[in-house]
Design a protein around this ligand. Sequence first.
Ligand code: SF4
Length: 375
Amino acid sequence: MQVDKKALSDGDPGSNPGNATPATGPKTLDLLATTASELARAAATWFGTSKGAGLARAVHRDAVCKATFSPEDLGAGPRAAAVWRAHATMQLPTVVAEQNEDAGHGAIHKRLLQLRDGRTIESVSLPMGHDRRSLCVSTQVGCARGCTFCETGRLGLLRNLTAGEIVAQVTLQRQHTTVDQIVFQGMGEPLDNLDALLAAMRVLHDPNGIGLAQDRMTVCTVGHVPGIDALRELGWKRLGLSLSLNSADESRRAELMPHSVRYSLLEIQQALMRYRQRKNLALGVHWCLLPGINDTARDADQIAEFLAPLGRTFLHVIPFNPGHEPITALPSEAEVVHFVGLLRDRGIAVRRRITKGRSVMAGCGQLGSTTQTAV
Ligand code: SF4
């Protein structure tokens, strides 16, 4: 199936980055948004020779892995270094605040990063066990989707991040901890910022630099159908994909996620089925458990019906993390256990998420808080 290119830029809230992307700075190449081979090609045009490909790879590696840009230290003479500096830049956000939580499951670090235009985003490093860590990466400043259970949605869309700003979150985190896995599930709907997302993924995957495998990256979407098809056309058969479902009833979902109704549940279901290019790929479906809203036996029945044709899928039950104006209470342990039981009774493969980061507003749906402690 061909991706509907128009639908990628029309109609979906926030999907047209025309007035939401920051003005570009001087016409220099952003090292954090460039793969090693792209950089080598660019350098060949600056110098009129392809002999500097090795240096270009080293510059790329230093930028994305070590957050440094110093061609002199890599052997460039003063004139060559000046050419590099005239054509390339590395713009890292500033870490302006940091909050940590260690509630017995390992340390969680939430960082508030200031971008070059003064806007701020957050990213969260989470323990996964066995000394491995996952980074929850933002793709937008705010979000146009306005999901009623999400703090980021209250901000509205302020702007899209550039590919370099997406990669920079990983580069910065790597200076403190390992980043074994990435979930594009921080601030924003990743597929509303598709071009930058794809460019960032290519840089992160580049074996000359960070070299994250496809199955170490997961895109989480509210159900942006042409975006899901565009990911499929990328041909990365191991790339993780998760759907934020939260209700399998059209009208209830429209109440909870008012700006995600352009595509019906049937269209989303079909897009997920098309996305599966490997039989054993495990799709993720996220369910923010909202007591009194989406925790009944009928909800469990509707989930089972939605998941039935999808093949190998895990339903991630995420207990609601209240923000500043919570739409309901946080679920009790008994409520979570009861709902998980309803799902398992219906044969659904369930993963119950352990709540992490709630005390520092770093849990799912809590990013966008402005009440952080200065570093
Ligand atoms: S849940 Fe995701 S898509 Fe919805 S408002 Fe929050 S960041 Fe945006």
